[in-house]
Every structure is written in C-alpha cells, then in structure tokens.
Design a protein around this ligand. Sequence first.
Ligand code: GLN
Length: 484
Amino acid sequence: DAYLSAIDAANGALNAYVKVTHDKARAMAAASDAKLSKGEGGALEGIPLGIKDLFGTEGVHTQACSHVLDGFEPRYESTVTANLWADGAVMLGKLNMDEFAMGSSNETSYYGPVRNPWRSSREMIMTGKPVTHAGEGGFAGEGSSVRRERVLDNVDLVPGGSSGGSAAAVSAWLCAGATATDTGGSIRQPAAFTGTVGIKPTYGRCSRWGIVAFASSLDQAGPIARDVRDAAILLRSMASVDRKDTTSVDLPVPDYEAALGRSVRGMKIGIPKEYRVDGMPAEIEALWQQGIDWMRDAGAEIVDISLPHTKYAQPAYYIVAPAEASSNLARYDGVRYGLRVPGKDIAEMYEKTRAAGFGREVKRRIMIGTYVLSAGYYDAYYLKAQKVRTLIKKDFEDVFAAGVDAILTPATPSAAFGIADQDMASDPVKMYLNDIFTVTVNMAGLPGIAVPAGLDGRGLPLGLQLIGKPFEEETLFRTAHVIE
Ligand code: GLN
C-alpha cells in the first residue's frame, strides 16, 4: 500500500509507470502475507517490483511502449517474470521505456518521456538519499521503509534509456527493484543517470522467452536496484536455463549475494586505454581515477590493457541491432497483434498499420536494418559487422586470458542531459554515442554492471562500469560492492 500510494502521488510528475496494477499487487501481497505468517515464502516473498513494458505479463498491458501494440495483453508470462513471481515477488505495474527499447533517453516512448527524479543532490524527488551510500536502504538491508517526500515541480532531465521507467521508479522509491533489458546499454546507462545499480548479465544467463524481441543476439534481461546487494538477490531469481530459449545456458545460478563480502585483494583490474575517448569531460576522468584508487586501496592490482577494436563497436552495433530489429518487427502487421488500421486490401492495411503504429526512431531502425540486409549490401555491411563483432569479442578474450579478472570503465560519457536536448534531438548519432562505453559488452556477450560512484558538479549521479568474464557475474557484484 505504501508503494502504491507513493506511485499514485509521484507518477504524474515522473511518468515512470505506464500501467499500475493496484488489484493484482494487493492480491499478490495478501498471498505473500499469508505465506510469511506461516513462516513460509520464497527469496523475494512480498517484495514489490516494477516490470519493464517489454516483458510479457499474462493478461496485463504489454506494449513495449509502442502504439503498434495497442491493447495487447499476452496470454503468457515471460520466464524471467514467472521466476520472480515463483519466488514471491509482487507486481506493482508496467514501466515506461523507449519504444521497442530503441533509445537512450526514454523519449521515444509512445507514452511520453520519463522524468529523472534527480535535478541535483539537493533537489531530488522523493528521497534525499546520498547516492554513494545506496547500500543503507536496499530491501535486504536495514531501514527499508518507503520514503514519501515532496514532489518537486519543473523536473527536466532524462532518466536515460531504454529502461528509463525502471531506473526512475527504483531511484524515486516507487518500487523496491525493477526488471530491465539491455541490448546496447539500456540497463547500465539509465542506472548511471539515476544513481541506481544495473547489471546486464552474460548473454544466455536469463531466458529471453516472453520478452518482446529487439535484437535477439544482443538482448539480455537484468535487474535495476537500489544497491549491489539487491541487484544480486534479484538476478539470482531472474536467471535460469529455459528450454523455451535455446540460447539460455545450463549452468548453476550461484548465490550472488554470498559473493559480496569476498575481498578483491589480488584481483587484476584492467583499465582499457581505448576508453579514454577524445573530449571526455574532466569529471568523468576524475570519477574513473577515483574508481581506480578505490580498487587499489581495496587490494586489487591495476593493469593497463588494450582493446584495440573498441572504436568499431558503435558503428558495428548500429548495423547488427537494426538488422535484427527489422526482422523481429516484421511481425507487427495489423493481423496478429494490437493496432489495425483498415485499408482497401491487405497490403494497404499492413502499410497503414505500420505507418501509424511505429514511431520515428523505430522506422529509422527498420529502414537501416532492411538496407544492410538487402542483396548487394549484405556482404558489405551485415557480414562485415559480424566479423568486426568477432574481433571485439576476441579483444576481451585475450585480456582475460592474460589474467585480468574484471575491467573498469566509466558507465556513460556524461551525466543525465535535459529532456528535448536540442543537440541530441537534431542528430541521432549524438544520441547513439551515449552507449560508447556499454555496447562493446553486448557485442561480446559479456556481463557488465553499472554502479553509482559519485556526483558531477551539479550534484547529478555518475556511474562506473565493471565488465567481467562470461558467466562470472559474481566477480562483478564483488568488485562493484567495493565502489558503491
Ligand atoms: N541505446 C541503444 C539503442 O538505442 C541501446 C538500447 C538498448 O540497450 N535496448 O539501440
């Protein structure tokens, strides 16, 4: 009830939820209460979560925040959300996001932009929690009461994207944790912009079944949470092998929480020189150096490394991701799902439905994707990008083979920017550059975590990223815990 009334009070200003499932939340919470009073219950019994609108939830609004999926309520539950409910979690509602997870600011949503709860450290909506000590308030820790404070007017920063609703809701205490997805940075960049923790696990760690597909070889689900411990608890529940997703991997899911206390003494942390990009703001440099110092103080060994193909990751991503998206989005034809705009024949119906149903950014991706997959261009673009992807993956393999345990980088090239930022709006490539530090991880299928590490000159949160070996998420929780 506390969370539901916090949502009712603040969602008008934040627009983090596109659907609040009051009745379902109360029914699930009552069932949890009954279990807990008998001394039973799962690892997440009674924990209220928000769910990104990309996850199929049975009988509940699932539209990937697109007009083309108007009215769609699936008859199935995604494996990740089913895992969470099986462990006792409670669904508060569906969270806003960029349309089909395409974007870095949550501004491509059919439901309008999400506002970042942060204006500055002095003017944060809902809670004045200092970002660097998020660990005090997680649902696993002490003092986990929901704070409801005055909502400020005139809030105008983006929360990042595409999981902007998830990040904003967690940051503003409108849920205890949230599901999110990351194809090129969509968990880690919004986490960094909102002072929350977000982990993209190794490709294959979570089942993609029942999640609306964007770019199937890159998409992964993961949690956004208030602190590293909460993220560890949530990921353990979300992860599973699933015969309905043949890319999910049959490996035991470790007790990630248990990794948190372990020392990082003697671990090798790589600092990739290619991430020192031209024009990196001084405060991002300083933050990175601070992170390096923290790791060294905790007993880790810092080593300079090289990932020579880094500069090709962004351009290759914007070939691979749109190519897969153009194929995945072919199914929205007005016949099977959501919106239908009638035409004089079936071809005109398809055309009118897709013209009306998809937003500008989604259309841009479909056009790029169709182009790079077409005869004559396939070899020059798509095949080439796949080869580049292999080289990017090999860069990481070489570094890990040389003994590096994890790689430390900034999570984003800047703090949150303004809603309707003129620079970004006029040039999609500027928007795409938000992901320069995060897309490499998706291209290589590796796990990456974003953890709050400090504030910029205006008091806005900044995050650092740790990148790990395949299926070694434990290392990320352990190292991120040193930074938070
Ligand atoms: N911002 C990137 C894009 O627009 C990544 C999105 C994502 O990770 N879903 O494609």
